[in-house]
Design a protein. Structure first.
Length: 305
């Protein structure tokens, strides 16, 4: 089993949570200028990830912390949602330009020019909304209060206790009932439950990744499997948006067929659906679930697993 670094062994629950929060707040500060410059879509992606990880840390370790008024998981989530549309449009544009359009004949590429232009205009509007969110007083106050709290952090009685004996408790809420979610057994690749399950999987992964130093190799493998499952579901969601909003609207507007585009999207859908179903069946199997429960319970035991 992997063992935590020596300088982590003496950490309290509150100190560990403070370090996680500090790491993400620092990243948010560094990324803000790059996002506002809008020279590349990657800083926005990283900013969104940091907001989600900050949200997870605040929610996961809330019992160990005494946070100032206005600093809540829900407040961070509201800002993260404002980044969503712009990032989604970036992902769709990148997929179209790099993966899909090069496979299409010239007539289909030409037929999609109007829709691509509309996609670009939608992205400009989403970017303006994002700029407003990042300049909003609510967001700036949130960051300022977090900065102040980090200078003089306050912990609950639980927050003053050693981290290691409590390691198996911190990810437990995010994994509780995870495999009872109906999305694992869904047979329709466009079902809304799959989008909701992707969020649950991401939350579970984010809750476990900070504890990797104490995870047994099988838990490290589970983290990777959850990441892959999340990727498959994300790809299916993006393809669904393209198929419904892009292809169908184009057909209605231009009254033309896009057979190659349809085939490309369908081939990608089948690929990710098969990958998802295989992984879902494996993760949901009784041996896999029981092993995961044992390894989660053994976190912090020092040798077990």
């Amino acid at each position: 089993m992997a063992v935590g670094n020596e300088d982590q062994e003496g950490l309290t629950c509150g100190q560990f949570a403070r370090d996680l929060i500090h790491s993400q707040v620092r990243r948010l500060g560094k990324l803000q200028a790059e996002v506002l410059a809008d020279r590349s879509p990657e800083p926005l992606h990283q900013l969104r990830v940091s907001l989600r990880r900050l949200r997870t840390a605040l929610g996961q370790f809330t019992a160990a912390l005494e946070l100032p008024d206005g600093v809540t998981e829900r407040r961070v989530a509201s800002v993260a949602r404002r980044t969503g549309l712009c990032r989604d449009l970036d992902v769709l544009t990148l997929r179209l330009r790099e993966q899909i359009l090069p496979q299409l004949p010239a007539n289909e590429v030409q037929a999609l020019k109007g829709a691509m232009k509309q996609l670009s205009q939608d992205r400009e509007q989403a970017l303006q909304a994002l700029f407003e969110a990042l300049h909003s007083s609510r967001y700036l106050k949130l960051l300022a209060r977090l900065h102040q709290w980090q200078q003089h952090p306050r912990f609950s009685p639980l927050g003053h206790q050693s981290l290691v004996p409590w390691l198996n408790e911190w990810p437990a809420p995010c994994f509780a009932g995870l495999f009872l979610h109906p999305g694992w057994r869904e047979t329709d690749s466009e079902a809304e439950s799959l989008h909701d399950l992707r969020k649950r999987i991401k939350e579970a992964r984010y809750s476990l990744e900070p504890l990797e130093a104490w995870c047994a190799p099988p838990l490290i493998e589970v983290i990777q499997q959850l990441r892959t499952a999340q990727d498959h579901l994300g790809e299916l969601h993006d393809l669904q948006i393209l198929n419904r909003g892009f292809v169908e609207n184009q057909r209605r507007g231009r009254n033309c067929d896009l057979p190659v585009l349809h085939n490309v999207l369908e081939k990608q859908r089948q690929q990710h659906w098969q990958g998802w179903r295989q992984l879902a069946d494996s993760l949901c199997s009784a041996p896999s679930r029981h092993a995961l429960q044992r390894h989660l319970l053994a976190l912090g035991d020092g040798g077990a697993c």
